[in-house]
Design a protein around this ligand. Structure first.
Ligand SMILES: [Cu+2]
Length: 328
């Protein structure tokens, strides 16, 4: 499990915004790794609980250093770790500006001093280095979250060295994208899912994976509320739903973090948290998975499937086929 990658999908509307672009638009794939004495990667899926690495890599490089100009940069952040979540913050204590969540731009930028990043979550961030003198070192830190192994140098992710002065013609528009948010009254039903451990297995509503079982069957275009519950204080579950673009209604009855108020498909269900999400089941009929994105949990066996409508393609009997590459 050493490899991870990302696609960046953009439309013309996004490309026309004056956000930092080109050399100032950088993907950051954060992935902790555990190495054996001979340098090989360790992945022991029998660990049952989690797999935490003591080396934090970004784009495959341990604790990298990046030289930056004193201007704004856009970072497309993906947590590709097997089991580790991060609490991101800058060593300067300055704000990070969040402009996008898992499924694209937010309605408007949100400033935060720190943020949770669960496995498979994606955030689109702006860091503004213009306030720093040349020679300043700015660390992207991990303040640590419960039920992670927070020892050693896992509190550091990477470092930005401000090395040169440049004119910055980019800006962050106050309106990024029009999103028609759903409200509770749009939902036709609520489903409840308890994510828990039993007999050394990770289960959803006391059930493991069964390719012949479907646990939810919304009709195409129906809006549902899914109540995702973690009744334990001993672990967290980033829950990933395939197909839909959802949003968080509330967490333990409170509004979600401001930086989570965009379209998402991975939902951080922390210790003793109940997260209510809402989404419209579209644009396809067929069977889609939902699972915890701690891969140790997912593999043993915290995964199930929903079926939108009837008669869609079943990925078990009709596996995806490679398509010809689109023209460049
Ligand atoms: Cu989990």
């Amino acid at each position: 499990m050493g490899l991870a990658g990302m696609y960046i999908v953009q439309d013309d509307e996004e490309l026309n915004l004056p956000l930092p672009s080109g050399d100032y638009d950088i993907p950051l794939i954060i992935h902790d790794k555990k190495f054996a004495a001979d340098g090989s990667l360790i992945f022991d899926d029998q660990a049952q609980h989690s797999l935490m690495g003591e080396v934090i890599t970004v784009n495959g490089v341990p604790w990298p250093r990046m030289e930056v100009a004193n201007r704004k940069y856009r970072f497309r952040v993906l947590n590709a770790s097997i089991s580790r979540s991060y609490k991101l913050a800058l060593s300067t204590g300055d704000d990070i500006t969040v402009i996008g969540t898992d499924d694209g731009l937010m309605p408007r930028p949100v400033n935060t001093k720190d943020m949770r990043l669960g496995m498979a979550e994606r955030y689109d961030l702006i860091i503004d280095f213009s306030k720093y003198f040349i020679g300043t070192q700015v660390e992207l830190q991990n303040l640590g979250l419960p039920n992670n192994d927070n020892t050693g140098n896992t509190n550091k992710i990477m470092r930005f060295d401000v090395v040169r002065s440049e004119v910055d013609n980019s800006s962050i528009p106050s309106t990024l994208r029009n999103i028609a948010f759903l409200s509770e009254s749009d939902a036709v039903r609520t489903r409840e899912f308890i994510f828990d451990r039993s007999n050394r297995m990770w289960l959803i509503n006391d059930k493991g994976w069964d390719k012949n079982r479907v646990d939810a069957n919304p009709r195409l275009e129906e809006v549902e509320i899914w109540k995702l519950q973690n009744t334990s204080g001993l672990w967290f579950h980033p829950v990933h739903l395939h197909l839909i673009e959802g949003q968080i209604l509330d967490r333990n009855g409170q509004p979600p973090f401001a930086y989570e108020r965009g379209l998402k498909d991975v939902f951080y269900v922390g210790e003793n948290e109940t997260v209510r999400i809402i989404g419209k089941f579209k644009p396809h009929i067929g069977k889609y998975m939902y699972h915890c994105h701690n891969m140790v949990h997912e593999d043993h066996d915290m995964m199930s499937q929903f079926e939108v409508g009837q008669g869609g393609i079943d990925p078990m009997s009709a596996p995806p086929k490679p398509l010809p590459a689109p023209p460049l």
